[in-house]
Design a protein around this ligand. Structure first.
Ligand code: FMN
Length: 483
């Protein structure tokens, strides 16, 4: 029996069951096994090679950095989304937005060969900025920052129509450039956040490789992601870039200076559609665009049809899929996700690819949501913080195997591995070990919920200041199988 994770944070209530009348009769094991035999919707791996299971790791601001994504992948997660990054953060090269309440540029850089396929997620308020930001994300800083800014802003500082800037006079799309000027550069330059950390053969890359080699056999992926290199028509190594660009129309963070962004676009569908158009126009055709949105802004009748309108427009423009978080923007992360509403949305767009999000706390929940709503894949969000085993368990269910909770030895291996990856991700930063120690506490207290002495372990983790302290916690609590 797999117990749902206990997850509490400022952003979240404890796990709530979704609103899904009639779902009691669903047998998630049967759905999982059927999918294991028949296979998932073939359009998923056709769009994104390697996307071979009906679930993925959602964007989770403050969590889903390269380290968390690699741990998820080593447990069978076939596809990940970065946390939402403000387009302006991208355009400013990470500068000037240190207090932004959203993603950090650094956390959104692909974490090496193993961190694919990966969707880069952006959000913002102006179509031209979003378009330039999306293109910059795809290219990973191969051009100078100034060039992207000139795409986003007219000389007088007002916003320029996207097409004037993103297409050459002959109509050729500016985005169709080689993804990197130096095909030997395994990271692309991700200026200017941390050149040292991400340059070819950098300590980060080396450390990630070492970490990959050293990862215990227990935690190696049941199904390593297929290398996208064979299929992606890129001129440079696919590790330079993202398999897709995901537009965030879901984040409930407040408007800035009365400008909509994220989920607030659900109340202004025309603006949302302009953003989707501008981004699709700017991004090279071989990079897929996708969208994450909420089921509605709020539960008033005026807002009810906006989600459908945005979805229809996105699909008409060629967006590959949409992920619908079945809470309203007003709900933030509180209260149940309305799977019944999600089911109706899916039914109104029968031929389109819709993914679902909200109240997925355990591996069976993934298949319950699929069976109940008809979504083609499920975003695993809070349910995978400190719980990468949810992906292994989902794979087990699909293969007709009994999913097992992680042993203490497996927990220890992953906790050690996660810290090594954080050190790699933070390499080159000042106070790398202290930063990594603080980050591992945040993850560790979530991991601790698998431990029989949960409270004691959490307390020990809270005091961690160094790698040595972390090793001591592992030695004190994660050796042998405590009774
Ligand atoms: C702390 C936190 C950060 C989040 N950050 C993002 C984000 O950057 N991008 C995104 O698309 N969704 C983000 N989400 C939303 C989740 O991806 C997911 O849609 C939501 O948590 C509902 O799923 P759940 O109830 O299973 O957790 C975030 C959620 C939380 C709790």
């Amino acid at each position: 029996m797999i117990a749902p994770m206990s997850v509490e944070s400022n952003n979240a209530t404890t796990p709530s069951p979704a609103v899904a009348p009639g779902s009691e009769d669903i047998d998630p094991r049967r759905t999982a096994e059927d999918l294991g035999k028949v296979g998932i919707d073939p359009r998923l791996p056709a769009f994104v090679p390697g996307f071979d299971a009906p679930f993925f790791q959602a964007g989770l601001a403050g969590y889903s950095d390269g380290a968390m994504r690699i741990i998820a992948r080593r447990h069978g997660c076939p596809y990940c989304v970065t946390e939402a990054l403000l387009d302006r953060t991208l355009l400013a090269g990470g500068r000037g937005f240190a207090k932004a309440d959203l993603g950090d540029l650094h956390d959104n850089v692909p974490g090496g060969e193993e961190d694919h396929p990966l969707a880069g997620q952006i959000m913002g308020s102006e179509p031209a900025e979003m378009a330039a930001g999306a293109l910059k994300m795809v290219e990973q800083g191969t051009r100078h920052d100034r060039e992207y800014r000139s795409m986003a802003y007219a000389a007088n500082g007002s916003f320029a129509p996207t097409t004037q800037h993103l297409r050459l006079p002959g109509g050729e799309q500016l985005g169709r450039v080689d993804l990197c000027e130096d095909a030997n550069d395994e990271w692309g330059s991700c200026d200017p956040v941390d050149h040292q950390a991400h340059t070819p053969g950098s300590p980060l890359l080396r450390a990630l490789r070492v970490s990959a080699r050293n990862s215990s056999s227990d935690s190696s992926p049941a199904h390593p992601p297929a290398s996208p290199s064979s299929t992606l028509p890129l001129t440079a190594s696919p590790s330079h870039s993202f398999s897709s660009i995901d537009i965030n129309l879901a984040c409930p963070v407040k408007k800035i200076a009365s400008k909509a962004r994220g989920g607030h676009w659900l109340a202004e569908p025309d603006g949302a559609i302009r953003i989707l158009e501008a981004v699709r126009e700017a991004v090279p055709n071989h990079i897929h665009c996708t969208v994450k949105l909420r089921r509605a802004f709020d539960d008033t009748p005026e807002m009810a049809s906006n989600c459908d309108r945005i979805l229809a427009a996105a699909f008409d423009m060629g967006y590959a899929w949409a992920t619908v978080h079945a809470r309203t923007v007003e709900q933030k992360y509180i209260g149940p996700s309305r799977w019944d509403v999600l089911r109706d949305i899916v039914a109104r767009h029968p031929d389109r690819i819709i993914f679902g999000s909200g109240d997925v706390w355990s591996a069976p929940d993934i298949f319950r949501m699929i069976a109940y709503t008809g979504v083609k894949a499920v975003a695993v969000a809070r349910g995978c913080i400190g719980n990468p085993w949810i992906f292994r368990q989902a794979r087990d269910l699909m293969a007709g195997r009994e999913p097992a909770p992680p042993t203490i030895a497996e927990q220890a291996a992953v906790l050690r591995e996660h810290f090594a990856l954080l050190l790699a991700v933070n390499h080159g930063a000042r106070h790398c070990e202290t930063t990594s120690s603080r980050q591992i506490r945040k993850f560790g207290i979530r991991f601790a919920s698998h431990h029989p002495r949960n409270k004691q372990v959490r307390l020990a983790m809270i005091g961690v200041e160094s790698r040595e302290d972390w090793e001591q916690v592992l030695a004190d609590h994660y050796t042998g199988e405590p009774a």
